[in-house]
Design a protein around this ligand. Sequence first.
Ligand code: FAD
Length: 330
Amino acid sequence: MPEIIVIGGGVIGLSSALALQQRGHSARLITRELPQETTSAAAGAIWAGGGLDGRMRRWADDSLTRFLTLCQVPDSGVTLQRIQDFRRHYPGAMSLPWFASRLAHCQRIPADELPGGFAAGLWLDVPIVAPPRYLQHLHGQFLAAGGILEVRQVDSLDDLLDDADLVVNCSGVGARKLADDPAVHPIRGQTLLVDAQIDKGFMDESAFTYLFPRGDGALLGGTQRTDDWRREPDEGESADILARCAAIEEAVNSANVLRVRVGLRPGRHAVRLDVERRTNGRIIHNYGHGGIGFTLSWGCALEVARLANAKPPSPPPPTGQGEASPQDFV
Ligand SMILES: Cc1cc2nc3c(=O)[nH]c(=O)nc-3n(C[C@H](O)[C@H](O)[C@H](O)COP(=O)(O)OP(=O)(O)OC[C@H]3O[C@@H](n4cnc5c(N)ncnc54)[C@H](O)[C@@H]3O)c2cc1C
């Protein structure tokens, strides 16, 4: 089979490249940054499929299946963790999420066990990804399957179509320029790795505060700043994250900060996962996953592999009637 070029070395590009290899394609991955320098490396990263429907739910569901399997694989960077997920405002009794039956443990926290200020909460056993290790795992699998990783900037999708029949665009926030898509914008986020040992995770969505246990410490977050392109850590934000997390978990008070990371979530009103046909070949776009790229990653990768294998439609009739639009290839 001819080679496929995948752009992007974050979780979306690496997962897509692997899914293509598993369908028998040979893949070359071109990325401006190494996987450990991407936005993906800065993420939490919890599987967070609540509130999704339609194809997003299907992608999240497929990813959950994958992550539950990866929890059994040593050194994959994916582990099952017990998390408390709190809401400050919740009308009535908290309903169980659509994926409750897929988890070994998912139950409401009784009202008399809720900390002050919270209206509802859940206990969940859910997959948590340690992105540096998981990206290394994906990268290793990609190379082991014969993949080639090239570090360079791509300035034109058309230029790549001279070398490959199919290009898969997983450029995250870079798609704003590369795909000329003004709907893509950065949502800057900052996380801290500290050397505290904690035995359960905590999430307060309304305050955007979370603590996740990891083999190498605890991951603390977070921040969410729309249209902020800065990639350097902000000391004020680090202090604010530490203060918020210390108010929840005593061990944070005496912890040392091991690493601060910043990522630019690829914000968009919806994920773009479709096929665009150009005169010299096809492009599958897979970008705009916002704050749930890990949650959707494997489901989207399987969809990319399915689209890559889908037969292109026959050429339009000579009259020019019935010409297909890009959506027809999806
Ligand atoms: C602080 C934080 C916490 C998060 N927490 C979670 C979480 O708990 N759960 C969850 O599911 N998600 C979470 N996310 C979101 C998740 O990290 C993103 O949705 C995901 O990383 C996006 O992956 P990506 O591969 O599309 O983008 P990226 O990781 O940014 O990768 C894009 C790749 O494209 C390359 N690229 C771009 N332009 C070009 C070009 N012109 N030429 C060559 N290469 C190019 C880049 O170099 C990079 O390799 C979080 C994000 C942040 C920042």
